[in-house]
Ligand binder design. Structure first.
Ligand SMILES: N[C@@H](CCC(=O)N[C@@H](CS)C(=O)NCC(=O)O)C(=O)O
Length: 334
């Protein structure tokens, strides 16, 4: 675990000393957008036109943020247009490594780099900041288009519709206000809430994170007791963003991040929702539990010094989810 400082790698754990033991996630720095015609998106510069084979995703199967991008790529049927490299699950003194000595880790097919930070340096030899996944890489300009998953899933949602993407708009204009509101709540309390609990280095910071997390999960359980998805019966990016955290909850966060007031298995609606999305075409294939469990239990020596991987619960996400009782799934534009 570390970061680049003016192009130099430094092995450092997250600094929580100046924030009362609270983990603060840094902002992503590459914020360009792929668009249908190459015009600039909501941030960054233009010049990244959608094209088959031009863009490549670097992901970790362990990472919930990278997982969003894999799910959107699957729902939009973009597998043939956007290649993927999968990092090794362990993230230690060199950060993410592009080794292929673990089942389903691919190494780097583009440059043969060993470490993900070499890719960041290829984009900017003076880069300062964390070296995170996902990365959307442009093979033509040889740079990072974006390292922000929230933006990447929106590019995949509509940017490639001129190719033969599967129809469906998961961030439709008419639902944006509601999606944004749900995202904000879920991001801070749930997606990031589990990390705030797990990486807290004071009791106070942990208590704060975990109480916010379970208040939000209770609220989401109630919401999903009224409707099939987070925004009515329409499947949207808000669902994908919650789902990648739910998938990791019982097998990892309960134990490793001490999020143990309840399991997702104790929330009937959240569990049904988890299974419903898991059973969408192409989605189960984006879940690699070996990467998920090896990464968390073995990459955080401050949290789990002996790197012991817990036995974990038995998972049965292929069984009937019962969510049809709220009505049929709707997907805008499909
Ligand atoms: N805001 C980013 C966060 C990505 C992120 O933090 N990824 C983690 C893996 S789960 C990572 O690569 N961490 C490496 C580090 O912080 O050094 C996004 O959503 O894309």
């Amino acid at each position: 675990m570390g970061l680049l400082v003016d192009g130099n790698w430094q092995d450092k754990w997250y600094d929580t000393s100046s924030t009362g033991g609270r983990f603060k996630r840094s902002e992503s720095q590459f914020r360009n957008w792929v668009t249908a015609d190459g015009s600039a998106g909501p941030s960054g510069e233009g010049g990244f036109a959608a094209a088959s084979g031009r863009y490549h995703l670097y992901v970790s199967y362990a990472c919930p943020w990278a997982h969003r991008a894999l799910v959107m790529r699957a729902l939009k049927g973009l597998q043939a247009h956007i290649g993927v490299s999968v990092v090794h699950p362990l993230m230690l003194e060199n950060g993410w490594e592009l080794r292929d000595d673990f089942e389903a880790a691919t190494g780097d097919s583009l440059y043969g780099f060993d470490k993900l930070y070499e890719l960041y340096l290829r984009a900017d030899s003076h880069y300062s900041g964390r070296v995170t996944v996902p990365v959307l890489w442009d093979t033509q300009r040889e740079t990072i288009v974006s390292n922000e998953s929230a933006d990447i899933i929106r590019m995949l949602n509509t940017g490639f519709d001129g190719l033969d993407a599967t129809p469906g708009d998961y961030y439709p204009e008419s639902l944006r206000a509601e999606i944004d509101a749900v995202n904000e709540r879920v991001y801070d309390s749930v997606n990031n809430g589990v990390y705030k609990a797990g990486f807290a280095s004071s009791q106070e910071a942990y208590d704060e994170a975990v109480s916010g997390l379970f208040a939000a999960l209770d609220e989401l359980e109630e919401r999903l007791g009224r409707q099939r998805y987070l925004v009515g019966n329409t499947l949207t990016e808000a669902d994908i963003r919650l789902w990648t955290t739910l998938v990791r909850f019982d097998p990892v966060y309960v134990t490793h991040f001490k999020c143990d007031r309840k399991r997702i298995a104790d929330y009937p609606n959240l569990l049904g929702f988890l299974k419903d999305l898991y059973q969408l075409p192409g989605v189960a294939q984006t879940v690699d539990m070996a990467h998920i469990r090896h990464h968390y239990f073995r990459s955080h020596p401050t949290v789990n010094p002996h790197g012991i991987i817990s036995v974990g619960p038995r998972l049965d996400w292929g069984s009937p989810h019962g969510r049809e009782k709220f009505g049929a799934r709707e997907v805008c534009g499909a």
